[in-house]
Structures are given as C-alpha cells and as structure tokens.
Ligand binder design. Sequence first.
Ligand SMILES: [Zn+2]
Length: 202
Amino acid sequence: VSDAGTADLPSGPATARFDLEAAPAPLGFVQDLLNTRGALRSGIPDLLASVTAADRWAQQALGWIDISHSGGLCRDEKDLRALVAYREHLRSRLIGVARQPSTQTASLEDVPVLLTPDDEGWALKPAQKGVGLVIGIAAIAAYESGCNGTWERLKECANPQCHSVFFDRSRNNTRVWHSLSKCGNAINLRNSRQRRASTDTR
Ligand SMILES: [Zn+2]
C-alpha cells in the first residue's frame, strides 16, 4: 500500500465513480485518465476542470498504481491544458469514438519517454516529472496495450449521457454499455418509447 493509501482500491479514483472495474494494469491508468471526464448530467464532475482538481486526481491516481514521486503533478494552467489535450487525444483513439480533428492534440504526438535497458531487455520510462510524468505513464500504457491487443477492449459507454470508459471482458468483445442495467436498459426503454410514440401518432 502506498503512502496515499489508494493502491488497494479495485479501480482508479476517477473510474471508481462509475462503479467500474479497472482495466488490467497498466491500461487501468489510461482508463482512469479517460474517466476524469465525468458525466455532467449524472452529476459526476470533470476532475480536470481546474488545476487544483487535476493535481488532486493525478496524486491519487499515481498512488493507486503505487508510483512514488515528489512535487506537483499539475501545477498551472499550461499543465492542465496539456493533460486535458492528452486525455482527448487518447479518447479520440478509442474504438467507437468518432475521430476528432487533431488541432488540439497535434503538439502532443511526441511524448518524451526513455528507452532503458532492464532485466528482460528494454523498458519504456517517462522522461519527465510533473505533468510529463502523468502523460508519459499514460502514453506508455496505451502503447503497451496496443502491442498486447488489450487496447481494443477499452471502450466508451454507448449512452451519450454517460461516456464512462470500461474494459470489455466479454469473450467476443461485444459489450457497448458500461452497465446494462444503468445505461443499456435506459437507452432501450427510450428507444421503445420513441417507437411506440411514432406508432401512436400514425
Ligand atoms: Zn454508461
């Protein structure tokens, strides 16, 4: 258990707000960054809405994955913009999310990481501190999950009012809702009401 006391949580601080299980490490960190977006209509706030809130999330999230560091992780508006831009950059690459114009994220294509020798060969490590550490961890996790095939199981809930990001453990990777009872049934009910309404007015 880390000093922050969050390493034993089943999912990251942002993901836990949706009662969701964490994606397998290290992808769970990417999932948590994506889930900072929240869901305004459900009263779940954006954890990157301010420098203070973003730093608090980053400290908790690094505690959760048991990474020790010192100093601030989101120290000013510039850090905040970089973190939000990287979150949107990752989100635009999720399966099922419409590709977005790259203007906002263009400067973040090159995240500084180090290739260092380790016991098993080579390892990628974040090359910076502060917000660069947070972005570096997320970038390396996304890269590694792209290599091992788990990236395509990370999905955004199909309920447009939800947007929570879940890891699909179904055998055929066919889930579209983060929770069938919370989001799947709500959408199905709305669709059937609309169908009924359009039938009634004929
Ligand atoms: Zn949902």
